[in-house]
Design a protein around this ligand. Structure first.
Ligand code: FMN
Length: 333
């Protein structure tokens, strides 16, 4: 079985040229394990986890597999003390980076006064960053938008980055569109406000010592690579989830690894089988895992049959890896 070149397990030596965006309900631990089979190098992000869930929740929201590394924990919150406590727990659990969400526009998040609305309070974000940096050794980073509501001038985002940088954050991931806090759903807020890549390039010009990754609307690795002409890194969200096989060429296209053989889709499925068996033995359901794999064969003959077979047969307590093996027989790869 081929593997997606050697895994990078040293959490502090990872490269941020390509990352997979934090996506609630999507980038859970099973999804990340699957993405790691496709790319040894991409930096993976958790879904946003609120400080409340970490500090007062009943479940364990931080469990992950060491083989997913490097993985960044994305936190949602705005209380410096709570964020520091949650960041410390995250770092102790082994996450390679702590990221603060300053981009989510949902109502629920606004009520908690965190997410994108925090862009209007750069001093508070700076305090949050400072509090987290005092208690963890791993990088503390911020993911944000280029503006919120009417506050969408270049000066606004430049001052935000300047203030937060002054507090010691030197890695920014910028979703290159603003957020409308009233009237648009989170989904619309990922589609309607126009993308403005030059604004992010300008940030890099003004903060050359900062590591700046761009996010929003990047569909292919060719487009991602082109962005590296202007910026340090690229974060891909929906395209990587819906068409995960695009990650398979990341070693060569984004990390300049030469000579590595691109892993085949069937090899990826094979690599998932022992993991799935182990997870099922620990109480997971097949569908919790295979739901993230539905797009693996996108654009390959049989893709629809693969997707349908898994969707129809993956549910139920008694389902195991045989469902995947049967689905593989339906594709011509
Ligand atoms: C289903 C879904 C859930 C998301 N959840 C989060 C989240 O938890 N934290 C966050 O910072 N952004 C979240 N986002 C936004 C993405 O991280 C990303 O910024 C956005 O999708 C734009 O990138 P893309 O065009 O490459 O998808 C989410 C996006 C989607 C589609």
């Amino acid at each position: 079985m081929k593997s997606a070149s050697s895994p990078q397990n040293d959490p502090l030596s990872f490269n941020r040229r390509l990352s997979i965006a934090p996506m609630l309900d999507w980038t859970d631990r099973h999804c990340r394990y699957f993405h790691r089979q496709l790319s040894a190098d991409a930096l993976l992000y958790t879904e946003m986890v609120t400080t409340g869930a970490i500090l007062y929740g009943k479940g364990d929201y931080l469990a992950f597999n060491e083989l997913e590394q490097p993985v960044a924990l994305q936190l949602g919150g705005s209380d410096p003390e709570d964020l520091a406590k949650a960041a410390k727990i995250g770092a102790e659990r082994g996450y390679s980076e702590i990221n603060l969400n300053v981009g989510c526009p949902s109502d629920r998040v606004q009520k908690g006064r965190f997410g994108a609305v925090l862009m209007t309070e750069p001093e508070l974000v700076a305090q949050c960053v400072d509090a987290m940096k005092q208690v963890v050794d791993v990088p503390v980073t911020v993911k944000h938008r280029i503006g919120v509501d009417e506050q969408d001038s270049y000066q606004f985002v430049r001052d935000f980055v300047g203030t937060v940088n002054h507090a010691g954050c030197d890695v920014f991931i910028v979703h290159a569109r603003k957020a409308w806090l009233q009237g648009l759903s989170p989904k619309e807020n990922r589609e309607i406000p126009p993308l403005d890549y030059p604004r992010v390039y300008q940030l890099k010009q003004d903060f050359p010592a900062c590591h700046i990754s761009i996010n929003g609307g990047i569909m292919t690795l060719a487009q991602a690579r082109e962005q590296l002409q202007h910026l340090d890194g690229v974060m891909i969200g929906r395209a990587a989830y819906q068409n995960p096989y695009l990650l398979a060429e990341a070693g060569e296209l984004m990390f300049d690894r030469e000579g590595g053989e691109t892993i085949g889709r069937a090899d990826v499925v094979e690599a998932m089988l022992p993991y799935i068996e182990q997870q099922i033995a620990q109480g997971a359901r097949l569908n919790n895992i295979v739901r993230h794999m539905l797009g693996l064969y996108q654009a390959v003959p049989g893709a629809r049959a693969w997707r349908r077979y898994l969707s129809e047969n993956g549910r139920g307590d008694d389902k195991g890896v045989e469902v995947l093996q049967q689905a593989m027989a339906l594709v011509y790869d």
